[in-house]
Design a protein around this ligand. Structure first.
Ligand SMILES: Cc1cc2nc3c(=O)[nH]c(=O)nc-3n(C[C@H](O)[C@H](O)[C@H](O)COP(=O)(O)OP(=O)(O)OC[C@H]3O[C@@H](n4cnc5c(N)ncnc54)[C@H](O)[C@@H]3O)c2cc1C
Length: 400
């Protein structure tokens, strides 16, 4: 039996999460020859009032990017929530209020379901008629001809491309197979995620509490017949998270409501758990962003503490930059050209470093329990609260 000849293409995007789908779609829209490699999810029609267990805070920059590739308007507007304000509480009297109107922008961010973004991207990729190999990446080698690298899938398909884009998540099998290093610093912290009904309306406000147990965020969600709804992202020490996760579900719901009532001091009234808790161990990861004929994007490239809700936004920033350098490269350069990849790495160096420093720094600042540090950080927050110009600057940074 004769083996199939390898499929030869310019660019292969490996990974079909939000970052991979967005990369493939954006490249195809800029006239690049691209093949998508990874499993295809099927999406049942969304049930009104039932929400995907994961939601993301989407920044205005990501919103503009998703609009530019034609998918923002495909999202079901009834299922997203505009964030008009943020209320950030320290572990003492520290409080910072940020409002969209202070910066004269319509909203600070949008809260959108992960499943809804994946659904519209999948649909758009299909409408665009992109070549999609619904198999998993298995092995990587540089042994193609001079300008190509080579990948085989779990079903034995062989792909040769000038450039492979690893958008296959934090574990990135492609990154590992290509021998690219990744620096991983576990936080010893687990994020617990769930949706809750809240007795008082959230009024489009995202709330955050920094305290000795960790960071608690309540993100505004669309209301249902049962009332107002928020999504909780509670990053707390591994041992405390495990205690909660080990409880039987009825006890878990009771304990969660009780603990959140104390931490939020009743700010949004009683909180009632909807559905099961999900848990995500957190780490700070950084890769070199590029390798020989490889570019990394999204969680394959970097992973952050979710306290600023910026991981996916940073990943979509990667996509935008990568697509730009690939589409704008000189005609004589191949997609995997080392100079083109260095341009991508340069474009992402500052934004990735800045977000890493901010999120890691905030985590560390609130991790320290000593009284002088606690006093200082709360004084700092109170000072920021009194500086409208600085607050406008903060909003501009957060909503970039
Ligand atoms: C608790 C929590 C809250 C967060 N909140 C926010 C937020 O509010 N805002 C925000 O911007 N970010 C947030 N993030 C970050 C965000 O979740 C990630 O940055 C984002 O999901 C990364 O997307 P990705 O497409 O890079 O990776 P993934 O979503 O992990 O997708 C990877 C894809 O690769 C595929 N894959 C894996 N192996 C293979 C293989 N061998 N072959 C082919 N395909 C493969 C997988 O099937 C998957 O589809 C949060 C993170 C956490 C943990």
């Amino acid at each position: 039996m004769r083996a199939e000849p390898p499929l030869k293409t310019s660019i292969v995007v490996c990974g079909t999460g939000i970052v991979g789908l967005a990369t493939a779609l954006a490249l195809a829209r800029r006239g690049q020859q691209v093949t998508l490699l990874g499993p295809r999810k099927t999406f049942a029609p969304a049930t009104p009032e039932v929400f995907h267990p994961r939601v993301y805070a989407i920044s205005p920059a990501s919103q503009r990017f998703l609009a530019s590739i034609g998918v923002w308007n495909m999202l079901d507007a009834q299922r997203s929530t505009a964030v008009q304000a943020m209320e950030i509480h320290g572990d003492g009297a520290g409080l910072v209020n940020l409002n969209a109107w202070q910066a004269a922008i319509p909203e600070l961010a949008w809260i959108v379901e992960s499943g809804e973004i994946e659904r519209v991207l999948t649909q758009a990729v299909q409408i665009f008629g992109l070549n999609w190999i619904e198999e998993k990446f298995a092995t990587y080698s540089k042994a193609g001809d001079a300008d190509y690298s080579c990948v085989t899938t779990d079903r034995g398909t062989v792909l040769q491309a000038e450039l492979f884009i690893a958008a296959d998540g934090a574990q990135s099998p492609l990154r590992a197979a290509a021998g690219l290093p990744v620096d991983i610093k576990p936080y010893g912290v687990t994020a617990i995620v769930a949706h809750l009904n809240c007795a008082r309306p959230h009024q489009g406000t995202a709330f955050q509490w920094f305290n000795e147990q960790g960071v608690l965020a309540l993100l505004p969600m669309p209301s249902t017949q049962a009332g107002s709804q928020v999504s909780v992202v509670w990053s707390l020490k591994e041992s405390l998270a495990q205690e909660l996760l080990a409880l039987p579900s009825s006890e878990q719901a009771k304990q969660l409501s009780a603990r959140l009532a104390t931490l939020t001091a009743g700010r949004v009234g009683e909180l009632t758990l909807l559905g099961a808790l999900q848990a995500f161990p957190l780490s700070l990861n950084q890769s070199p962003m590029i390798g020989e004929r490889i570019a990394l994007a999204g969680d394959a490239a970097h992973r952050l503490h979710p306290l600023a809700g910026q991981g996916l936004n940073l990943g979509l920033g990667d996509v935008e930059a990568l697509v730009e350098v690939l589409a704008e490269r000189e005609a004589f350069r191949s997609a995997g050209d080392a100079m083109v990849l260095r341009r991508y790495r340069r474009a992402r160096a500052e934004p990735v470093l800045a977000m890493r420093v901010v999120t890691d720094g905030l985590h560390r600042l609130f991790e320290v329990q000593s009284a002088p540090v606690a006093w200082l950080r709360n004084i700092g927050m109170s000072a920021v609260e009194k500086m409208p110009l600085f607050k406008r600057y903060l909003i501009a940074g957060a909503s970039r």
